[in-house]
Write a protein that binds this ligand. Sequence first.
Ligand SMILES: Cc1cc2nc3c(=O)[nH]c(=O)nc-3n(C[C@H](O)[C@H](O)[C@H](O)COP(=O)(O)OP(=O)(O)OC[C@H]3O[C@@H](n4cnc5c(N)ncnc54)[C@H](O)[C@@H]3O)c2cc1C
Length: 343
Amino acid sequence: MRITLVTPTPFQYYSGMLPGWMAGHYALNACCIDLRPLAEAAGATLITEHVLGMDADRHHIRLANGRTMAYDLLSLDVGSETDTSGLQALGDRLLPVKPLDDFFDAWPQVLATASRTPDFRLSVIGGGAAGVELALAANHALRRDGSTAQIDLIVSEAGLLPDHAPGVIRRARRQLAKTNIALHCSRASAGDAGLVLAGGTRLPAHKVIATTGARALGWLGRSGLAVDAHGFILVDAHHRSLSHADVFAAGDTCARADVRMARSGVHAVHAGPILAHNLIATIEGNALRTYRPHPRSLYLLATGPRHAIASWGRWSAEGNWVWHLKDHIDRAFIARFVRISAA
Ligand SMILES: Cc1cc2nc3c(=O)[nH]c(=O)nc-3n(C[C@H](O)[C@H](O)[C@H](O)COP(=O)(O)OP(=O)(O)OC[C@H]3O[C@@H](n4cnc5c(N)ncnc54)[C@H](O)[C@@H]3O)c2cc1C
């Protein structure tokens, strides 16, 4: 059996630690997993390439270098990209949070430009956890550098943190109020020198960070795989493609046909061991296991300094201790992969 891991870079960046890295609490290498020793430990060949397409009926994927690769069994875990509809005209001003590799590359330059540009204006679009965390992290980093940059957080008419309990929203609003981040509840689109809000208000912006939700990678819709109305790979409870039994998918890239499941790292991570079992079981002809998503997940939202908000169903809490809990969980997550590599 030959196992191949195809990935655009040898590093997997960890979104959970991105806000802490932006705020200056972590070095870059603390927030990413080196895939090379992991692949070696698993006896897998690592190919650093983008996948640009696939033909599910012919059982092959197409790489950016022009090569095609045949497979007998495929695990397709390519995540999602940021939905930048209505924002593309921003050109260089636009900085989508995904792909994460590009964001990690670009943020230090944004910070440097902001520090030397008087009246620098940064907009963050998106009222979900990522938008709130990134706006607060950016604020922390800019103030630490002595920048007087103006930050605007634009959340749609759905409001701030629409998937969280009122207590979490109150806590987030209080944290935002301690900063000079301006909150706008309106839909934004690209304008001449920044954004235009639904009511016609113009918001000038040197940079616009988009955390506007997940969009499926475009080529999945042309792959021959069954996808849902938004282009995500339709899978069953075993995370196997509904249309092609030799394709499995987990994480943001898939949509469960049997149950509604949020696109979150929690599900991507928890489905991982089931996915691994099912890949091996398919080869050995054994029974497949089912991933049962827990209806509630714990979210820990970093707020800039070493402080965070915890959200679990209707329950919420906040404090430096929440940040330390988050820090412990996140570091332990990365350390697990370092230990596997070293074993
Ligand atoms: C700022 C931020 C904070 C977040 N915090 C949390 C949190 O605290 N808790 C939580 O549960 N969720 C969080 N999320 C959501 C979480 O990041 C995603 O749900 C999770 O990363 C999904 O995992 P995944 O493996 O499906 O995709 P990803 O983690 O995006 O991994 C996809 C992988 O596929 C690779 N890839 C992409 N395209 C290709 C291609 N064409 N060819 C080859 N390889 C490709 C990528 O390089 C990457 O290695 C956060 C998201 C953001 C943006």
